[in-house]
Every structure is written in structure tokens, then in C-alpha cells.
Design a protein. Sequence first.
Length: 602
Amino acid sequence: MPVPLALTSLLLITTMAHAEKQKPNECLKCHEGIEDIGKSHSSVKCIDCHQGNPAEAEDKEKAHKDLYPNPGDLAVAEQTCGGCHQEIVTAMFKSLHATSAGIISGARYTWAAQKEKNALYSVREVFDDDGDFPEDRGAVEELESLPHFSESKQPVDDYLRNQCLRCHIWTEGAKRHGDYRGSGCTACHMIYADDGLSHSGDKTIPKDKPGHPVRHEITSKIPSFQCAHCHNRGGRTGVSYQGMMESDGYATPFKPDGSKQPKLHGKNYSHLQKDVHMQAGMHCVDCHTSNEVHGDGNIYSKKEQATEVRCTTCHGTVEKYSDLKTAFGNPMKNLEKRNDEVVLIAKLDGREHAVKQVRGMHDRGTLPHAMRISGHMKKLECYACHSQWAPQCYGCHTKMDMRVKGFDWVDGKENTTYKWQESRSYLRWESPALGINTKGKVSPFIPGCQVIFTQIGEDGKPVVTNKVFKTADGYSGIAHNPIQPHTVSRVPRPCESCHANRKALGLGTGSYVTRLNGVNIPFELERFVDEDGRQLQATSHVGARPFNKKEMQKINRANVCLSCHQETPGALWKEVKKKWGTAVDSKAHHQMLREILRGSLK
């Protein structure tokens, strides 16, 4: 299989020509041809990280005694990586990558297994013992380890262990195309190809057996396909960023030999418009910071609590240019200000990207009309308009079969969970719905997730069939949640896609029937609010909600305005303003319309 283009670029970007070569050691008697671990680690010897007993190099078993095959694994990282990077490793144990607290808390809340939306559990017990955890940002002091089904009697705990939690960094990825990766620090910092095959010079590593990194190198130049080894479920941002949306399994178009396309991450994909940043050659690490990835030393329940980068971090606002700092006040080290221009220096290839400034557009008079509306700029996330599509997986049908044992992704053991099967009702990507996110701004909403639960007992008889849970605060466990889809387009959604679209308001399309084949849901799966502003579906993010009745009426009313105002700021509208002036309030607007209409009839 050919090496992916992004991987080829990565191989060219990095170099093995280090200033100081590691001195020959006994390990090289077998591992002849192996690469240096990386420029930043050129003085590190094999034994410093891997331990083992290289003095016994003539005997593989003796030489590998007490050896750490993966020194970055969290089980040993404090003794290995932590020797030089203690602060980062300490923070990593508390990070969302290590705790999966957002996945766990969201699922347990919508399955009615806990009352709180914020996290109570982690994949491992974790404490923040430094005495500093900012509760105003959602940080908590501790999380307990996720219980087993036998302890909690909550089927969601078994579901999480068997299905959802394969991507926390305490474990390696699934051994399948697109999901090969290491655990712990090497989950990110050691690159794996999608096919899991090695391109190393190490003669001891088979080149036809998957499950190995591309080569023996630690790097901070992490390509987006590496992030997608995990970020392809849930919000699916890793694959969405690359313009990929899972399909219903057609696996077309056919390959030249007539065979079907291979699955990636266990799925078939449709290929849609990539995020504009991806089109420009930028990777995830060009925006997302070390604090976001490694953790900042606090324990958070949700990703929006830990995310410090905003669109405005780079692009600024109407009021001011970017100050080159994140929302938490930390510097963006790969941003530079040159006069009134801002430049981003890409972390993989050093390429410079001009970052358009909203304030600069305002000063030049080139600000689009929608961005001249103060309400838009204050109340909307930038990506509410600039995300043309978002992945939407409706109806998460889950079946727990208690006759068969399954794999536990938390404990890393076989036969400690039951077997689960997942399916769905249907998929969409166009016209994502909108609602209010945790920051009180208009944001895209997608299903997340819409559990319809079936349980088969040990005797083979159904215990529960197509059950929908009800949350502690009385909403259906069928859920919608806010998201930054990572599908940003230079061209925004047209006005009518929000102001003349029932689905955008969360009212659904009115075409999907839910009361069928034993499923009794009193609303369609796309509908998470009714016309009176009553919330129908749950949201597992604190403060997030659908539009209320007043907000929906205002959005719909704007559609009436668009009949005329879609012409602004064109030449026709300039003539109208020249003759009739500008209406300063609703009364003046009505009077102006009456005069215009009377004049048109004469």
C-alpha cells in the first residue's frame, strides 16, 4: 500500500541528520539501521527510555528483561518521559485525553445513570492535589474510576467499556486500518500510518506486519491523520476536518481491480468539503495548544472547558486585532504580528499563512453585511455561519447481549464486559441545526447521542427492547449537543439556511417517522424543541439549550426582512437610502414602508 501523501510530506519535513549522533551501543547489534529517536532527544540513549539489559545483547530474552517496549505508556511515563518532562506528564494524567471524562459524563447523563451533566468518573481514579482547580471554568478536584456493570447495574458503564472508550490514552488503539497508534505520550508523538506498517530501517521490525510506528522517532510535528486515529467517533472532528463523513457502507467508487474501498476506522466514508484550514495545508497542531492536548493541570468534565483557542484568537474581532493570545491569556507561539498583519507559521513545514483580521476588513470597508450586524458578532459563534456542514448520526441503536462476553477498553482485558452491537437510523451532513451553547452563543448542534437501547438476557430472552431513557431533569435521553464541527468554509451559510429553515431552529424537517417497529418516540429524531420553545431532547453540556420561542420568532422574522434586505449593501439599496433615509426604529420603519408602497401605486 502506498504511503499517504501527508505521511510522505512528514517524512520529508523531519530529518535524521542530528548534530550529535548517539554513540554505538549493544542494542544496535540486533537493531541495526534503527533511526535516532529524534533531533530533540539526540543525546538520549536507548536504555534511558526503554530500560532493559543491553549488556546481555547476545541473548534476546535476557537483553529484553525489564524492558519497556513503549516508554511513553502512562503506566511507566513518570519514570521515563517524566524524568525530563515531569510537569507535562503530571498534567497529562488529569487531561481529557487520559480521563475521557466528557465521553463518560455525557453518556451516563443521557442514559439516566447520573443526575449531573459534569463528570463524576474517569477511566482511572484521578486527583488534583495541587490545591488549585478553577471551579469557575468547570474544573473538579477528583474523579472516581468508572465502575463495572456488576457494581453499578448501569448498562451504560458496560457500553462505555466495550465500545466508546477505545480512545483514551491509557490504551493502544484498535488493531485495524486507521486506528493503529501507541498509548500514553506516544499516542500522539510517535507517528503511525493508517495501515500500521513500519518504514523503519530497523531490520528486526517486519515491514509486512501492521502495528508498528512509521519509524523510531519522537516528534512534535504531528499530522492531522494521526489525530484522526482517535477523533473519528463522537463529534468526529478529526475526520470532518479532512472532509470525510462516514457513509452507509457502500464502499464506492470501486477500486481499479473492481474491489470495494477498504474501511477506515471500521467505516466507509463519503468525501465532502474539507475545512478551509486543512485546504490551506494547516494541521490540528497549528491551532490547538500544548495546554489543550497535554492538559493544563486541571481536571475538566467537558472539552469546551479545556479549550483555550477561539476563532478570534487568530482572526481578532470587529473591535480589535488579534492580541496573539488564547482565551486564557496564553501566547500563541506560532503567531506573529507584522505591522497590521498577523502571520501563522505552520508547525510541520514552517510555511507562513496570512491570517485575515476582522478589524482590518472593517477598516477597509470590506466587512460582509452579515458581519456588520452587531447582534451576529455578539451572539453567534463564527462557525455558526461558516460551517457549511456537520456530521449527523440519528438514532444510536445499541444492543447488549448478555450471552456473550466482550473486550474491556478500560481494563484492557477480554471477557470482562458483555458483547455490544451498534447501529443507527440514518445519516445526514447538510444544514446542521443551531442552538445556544455553553457560552451562551449560537452554535451548530448535532445528535449526541440518541440512544435506543435493547438488552438480551443470559437466557436469550429480551429484557428491554428499544428503550429510550429519561434524564434526571425530565428530558428524553435522545440528545442533541453543541459542537465546533471543524468544517469551516470561507463562504458562509446563506441567510435563508438559518432564517428560513425549520431544521436550523431545531424543529426538524417533519419527514421522519419515529413511531415504527416498536420504537415509540413522540417526536422525530431531528426535532429537539417544539414551536413554543419547549425542549424535547436532552443536552449533556451545562447551560446548552435549544432556542426559546422568542428567539425562534426573531430568527423567523428576519426572514421577512430578507425579502428586501438581501439587496444590502448593493447599488439598489443605496438609492433607497438616498431617497428615503434610514429607519431608526420600528415605528419609523413602518411609516417608511407605507410611504414607499403608496408611492409605488401612484
